[in-house]
Design a binder for this molecule. Structure first.
Ligand SMILES: CSC[C@@H](O)[C@@H](O)C(=O)COP(=O)(O)O
Ligand SMILES: [Zn+2]
Length: 213
């Protein structure tokens, strides 16, 4: 089925929220050259996802693509393909029933730190004492360990890794992750919270890199 989201009035507001948040993140320099993607969960087992390969500074609600969270099947699209990283978004929606929105951006300091972690042969970054940790939404206000996933060319493999990682988790998690040499993905009950967590993660990584030059 292929149909513009603009034709579905109940999907227009989430689409506008996605376009507005994407514009703001683009304006910050975090979604350069078509990078970055966002999604929100919709009623009926769907998620609205940004289209693939488009400037995230110039989108409207009608550009968004609705996909089935359970199957990944495209349900509504005005001719656009959903984000190439939809598999990561769906892995998070499937892992966390309370996840209402996912934001991915190539934040500069987060990406630099993810590269440093990967080059060191590690798979997580730990931080302690920074006040901004409180803004990440994790269980501990004073310390946090952020997983750093491998950046497979086949994005479905990143989605599989994410799904496996959180399926095995028994403790409360922090709703942010890094992808090595690539960027960050954050999530939350709504788009605003997911975006705030992205901002906090970028600032945390920046502060950490200033301390550990
Ligand atoms: C500018 S290339 C960046 C892409 O490879 C990818 O990492 C990305 O963030 C955007 O992919 P998209 O398919 O537009 O959602
Ligand atoms: Zn990306």
């Amino acid at each position: 089925m292929s149909e513009s989201l603009a034709l579905s009035p109940e999907l227009t507001a989430p689409g506008e929220a996605l376009a507005g948040t994407a514009r703001a993140l683009y304006a910050r320099g975090w979604m350069e050259g078509t990078s970055g993607n966002l999604s929100v969960r919709l009623p009926g087992g769907l998620a609205a996802v940004t289209p693939s390969g488009r400037s995230k500074g110039e989108m409207s609600a009608a550009d968004m693509v609705a996909v089935d969270v359970a199957t990944g099947e495209v349900r509504h699209a005005g001719g656009a393909r959903p984000s190439a990283e939809t598999a990561i978004h769906l892995a998070l929606y499937r892992s966390f029933p309370d996840c209402g929105a996912v934001v991915h951006a190539h934040i500069p300091h987060g990406t630099a730190l993810s590269s440093r972690v990967a080059i060191a042969g590690l798979d997580s970054a730990s931080f302690a004492h920074y006040e901004i940790i409180k803004g990440l939404g994790g269980p501990h206000p004073e310390q946090v360990t952020v997983p750093v996933f491998a950046n497979w060319a086949d994005v479905s493999k990143i989605g599989d890794d994410v799904r496996r990682f959180y399926a095995g988790a028994t403790k409360p998690h922090v709703p942010v992750l890094l992808i090595a040499h690539h960027g960050a993905t954050t999530w939350g009950p709504d788009l605003e919270t997911a975006r705030n967590r992205l901002e906090c993660l970028e600032l945390l990584c920046q502060q950490h890199l200033l301390v550990h030059r």
